[in-house]
Design a binder for this molecule. Sequence first.
Ligand SMILES: *Cc1c(COP(=O)(O)O)cnc(C)c1O
Length: 441
Amino acid sequence: MLIAPEEYPRRVKPTEKAQRIRDLTRRHNEWFKESIPLIASENFVSPVAKEVMNSDLHNRYAEGRPGKRYYQGNIYVDDIESACENLAREVFKCRFADVRPVSGTVANMAVLMALTKPGDKITAVSLSDGGHLSHAKMGALGLRGLRAHNYPFDQKGMNIDPEGAIRLLREVKPKVALFGQSVYLFPTPLEELRSTLDDLGCTVWYDAAHVLGLIAGNRFQNPFVEGVDVVSGSTHKTLPGPQHGILLSDLTKEDLELSLRKGVFPGVTSNHHLHSVAALAITLAEAKEFGEAYADQTIRNAKALAQALFERGLDVLCEPKGFTESHTLVVDVEEHRGGAAVAKALEGANIIVNKNLLPWDTDPVHPSGIRIGSQEVTRLGMKEKDMASIAGSIARIVMDGDAPAAVLPEVKEFKKEFTKSHYCFFEGAEAYDYPSCDVNM
Ligand SMILES: *Cc1c(COP(=O)(O)O)cnc(C)c1O
């Protein structure tokens, strides 16, 4: 129902400072509408997920578990949260889900709270080999006071070296063995490590932040089939949901359920962002319907983009292994002034990627690579032939030295066709629309 402006009880216009924020937000939105989003950790929510995110749920508090709350007002929230947990268990085929962590890092902190004590030993992938900040001493591992050891890494194959990892595990005897990466090209060799991990009896933790949407679509290793005890993740990278976190388990160890629940609350959350829980439930319901087709096309697009860039002369890593088995590809651009300069130049043509450390980099502030993800452009409806167009625009800047401003018009023109949501309910709805207060003014 529209109310005529003169009927507004009090029409107070935003102050200049508030208006400036609205304008900046609009400009950001317009910019992304005209850009090619290739950050491997990003995505956008579906029309229905966006609808529930904009609801009154955003204003409310819930602490504890459905049916056992500390606040009133959670009658519908309880149903939403229970349904979200059930959907997560269905999609990931496991017995336990906790949908309350408010991000992937918070989910990781909950696991650390549940499974470790200060001084315990943990094994993980190092930052330069593609590990995440929360797997490092400078991040959550340090906050928990853990002693961290990094797996030997096969730089050519861009994966954990299984033999080296077995030696390390036997020597360190960690309380927890952590796997999963932020530069995640190939599945972790869990099968090769299985008997060692079983012998040691350590808890096996798999951080699926990047690949959760591929796992949901059955197109990446299933950590539960491969004997993992706990899975943590972000829900907004390849899983195209709200910015939030999740914990999953098949409850292979005794008492795991209770300690994980306590790790989440009261461990590392109080309120758990109820609008995001509702949006996550929608995202999971959509993953059940469209998850396989989406994950399939995402991986095809990553391979096609890698191949097209390689054919244009870019140094895409792991050509002999087919470049990637996920949504991510990595390009060594050291010859072309390094990751920072290349990422900046591409941004000038509305092509959004990030600079990234490569395993052989020695200077952490001078990454020699860029990381590219195909998941968001896949959701925008792009296919293999469109990857060739993107590669062409990237190559003009990186290989031919064309000025970003000279490439910008073709990028904007190309993107016009790709502004709608796919692999979701109400497929074809505009991806970049959002509600405005101005409709009545
Ligand atoms: C992104 C990422 C996280 C953290 O996720 P946030 O939701 O940003 O807190 C954790 N682990 C890995 C491997 C990641 O890539």
